[in-house]
Design a protein around this ligand. Structure first.
Ligand SMILES: *[C@@H]1O[C@H](CO)[C@@H](O)[C@H](O)[C@H]1NC(C)=O
Ligand SMILES: *[C@@H]1O[C@H](CO)[C@@H](O)[C@H](O)[C@H]1NC(C)=O
Ligand SMILES: *[C@@H]1O[C@H](CO)[C@@H](O)[C@H](O)[C@H]1NC(C)=O
Ligand SMILES: *[C@@H]1O[C@H](CO)[C@@H](O)[C@H](O)[C@H]1NC(C)=O
Ligand SMILES: *[C@@H]1O[C@H](CO)[C@@H](O)[C@H](O)[C@H]1NC(C)=O
Length: 460
């Protein structure tokens, strides 16, 4: 054994060397370089995916320990295909998207007892993405737009007026922590989904719901128009006047992404321009820190201490693709957004210098040496931002399609609506005694949750 100091020195040299020798050098001016790097990152991302293998006890589209990320993964892969033309993952994406569709509503029985509105809406957003990009459909199976409509149709009846005069709860079932919370990603998610359905189908109902969700959000800290900030959560016990203020890129991405569609549909209505300008200003000030040059995206609430969880490592990818989409459908934002996407993509590629082969991605896009972390989620975020740079080489792109501009996916406004009264499905058949017991457990849980929240509101 070498002395400790020598080992440390060697390790430092190896780590430093990895940053320089390996890493992926992205040349955003060169299409071939983008496709090459994106292809490697897509391959690495999918090397974590085994749910399509017969030896797997998972189902297609279900990732170990998480359900919502499957939808997010497929959304990212469809965008990758759209930007680069690489079809390698189309089959696996199509299969997973259809396997998890449940009753055409992305609320499959195997998962629905534990799903929140935010989990479900990510699959809905993946489905509307598929429709807008003309991602191949499977003959005789559900259309992509109908699956997005199914998510809309199951979420709208959950609009809750028992407190805060509206809003979607975070969680759907009382036994889930988060039942008494209304959060930005659930409400922003349905807002964005409704806005995109409005643009794709031209149906006024979706537009009205999108506007209603935006307007309601603006009565709470979830969308604070005085300084254009987005609180992550607010509690029903406080009638949605309190706020959990952790700042996350994807919350801004949800509301900005939806506002972009509303702006585009209304031909540049001042209401949506004001929202876009306000939220975009906050997004740049907050998530593109000056100290890293103002153009490199950072998940500021968890990157400094390297404590991002797997969910959080996905978020920058969403903001990247939704900003790029905005540069397309809100053209005046293009010159502010795209330089930041290019810079962030170069940073992300540089972070892809870890793991055994020196191409796995860390999370700190601003750091020129690998930050020591690897995950499917960081690969996915890097894939999203790197693929997005292709927009610079597709000047004649039509943007997201609609039913009137070449989108082939067929609308079904009734999709998912025949689920009847929503009940937790598939709970084991239990005797009356058990059921009462379960009821008591729920009541106690809700009471404890209420007490915890009250403490957070009044004591914190
Ligand atoms: C599963 O998906 C991976 C990644 O796309 C692919 O390489 C592999 O061939 C697929 N396996 C099966 C059995 O479809
Ligand atoms: C639900 O889970 C069961 C048991 O694992 C499995 O046989 C079935 O295929 C699953 N259904 C779906 C849609 O994944
Ligand atoms: C809760 O807030 C809504 C507006 O957001 C208001 O209309 C209602 O009166 C409030 N209820 C209570 C109990 O304060
Ligand atoms: C709406 O988006 C299209 C691209 O799909 C773009 O050409 C058009 O200029 C946008 N409309 C407005 C008002 O910005
Ligand atoms: C518009 O959407 C609503 C809500 O899903 C539906 O009830 C209505 O039939 C749709 N209208 C058309 C023309 O598709």
């Amino acid at each position: 054994m070498a002395p400790q100091w020598l080992q440390t020195l060697f390790l430092a040299m190896i780590l430093a060397g990895q940053g320089i020798v390996n890493g992926l050098t992205l040349n955003v001016d060169d299409e071939a370089s983008i496709k090459d790097i994106a292809g490697k990152v897509a391959y690495n991302t999918m090397s974590y995916y085994h749910s399509n293998e017969s030896s797997s006890d998972l189902m297609p589209g279900k990732l170990p320990g998480t359900w919502w990320e499957g939808g997010a993964l497929f959304m990212t892969l469809m965008q990758y295909w759209h930007w680069t033309g690489d079809k390698s993952y189309n089959d696996v994406t199509q299969t997973g998207m259809l396997w998890q569709k449940g009753n055409n509503d992305y609320f499959p029985d195997n998962q629905s007892n534990y799903l929140g509105n935010d989990d479900q809406v990510f699959w809905g957003l993946a489905a509307i993405t598929a429709a807008e990009l003309n991602f191949p459909e499977r003959k005789g199976d559900s259309s992509w737009v109908s699956l997005a409509q199914g998510v809309f149709n199951t979420q709208v009846p959950r609009w809750d007026t028992t407190a805060c005069a509206g809003g979607l709860r975070w969680q759907i079932w009382p036994y889930q922590g988060g039942y008494m919370i209304k959060n930005a990603v659930s409400n922003g998610g349905l807002f964005q989904l409704a806005a995109r359905l409005a643009r794709y189908t031209g149906n006024q109902t979706y537009f009205d719901w999108a506007e209603k969700i935006w307007d309601w959000s603006a009565t709470t800290p979830l969308l604070k128009q005085s300084d254009w900030t987005i609180a992550d959560t607010t509690n029903m016990q406080a009638n949605c006047t309190d706020h959990g203020d952790l700042q996350w890129t994807y919350n801004y991405g949800q509301y900005l992404g939806g506002a972009a569609y509303m702006y585009n549909i209304t031909n540049g209505d001042a209401k949506w321009k004001e929202g876009i300008d306000g939220l975009l200003g906050t997004t740049f000030r907050t998530f593109f820190p000056k100290k890293y040059g103002s153009k490199t995206m950072s998940e500021i609430s968890c990157e400094p201490n390297m404590k991002c969880d797997r969910n959080q490592d996905c978020f920058k990818g969403f903001l990247s693709s939704w900003l790029t989409n905005m540069a397309e459908i809100v053209p005046y934002t293009h010159d502010q957004i795209m330089p930041a996407i290019l810079e962030s993509a170069q940073g992300a590629a540089q972070q892809c210098s870890g793991g055994d082969d020196g191409t796995q991605c860390g999370r700190r896009w601003y750091q020129d040496t690998w930050d020591g972390s690897t995950s499917m989620e960081s690969d996915m975020s890097a894939l999203s931002v790197i693929s997005s740079t292709m927009f610079m080489h597709k000047k004649n792109s039509q943007g997201p399609l609609t039913a009137d501009t070449g989108g082939k996916s067929k609308s079904d406004p009734t999709a998912g609506a025949d689920d009847g009264d929503e009940q937790p499905g598939e709970l084991p058949d239990i005797s009356t005694g058990d059921r009462a017991g379960a009821g008591i457990v729920t009541v106690v849980f809700v009471a404890m949750w209420g007490a915890a929240m009250t403490w957070m509101v009044y004591g914190g």
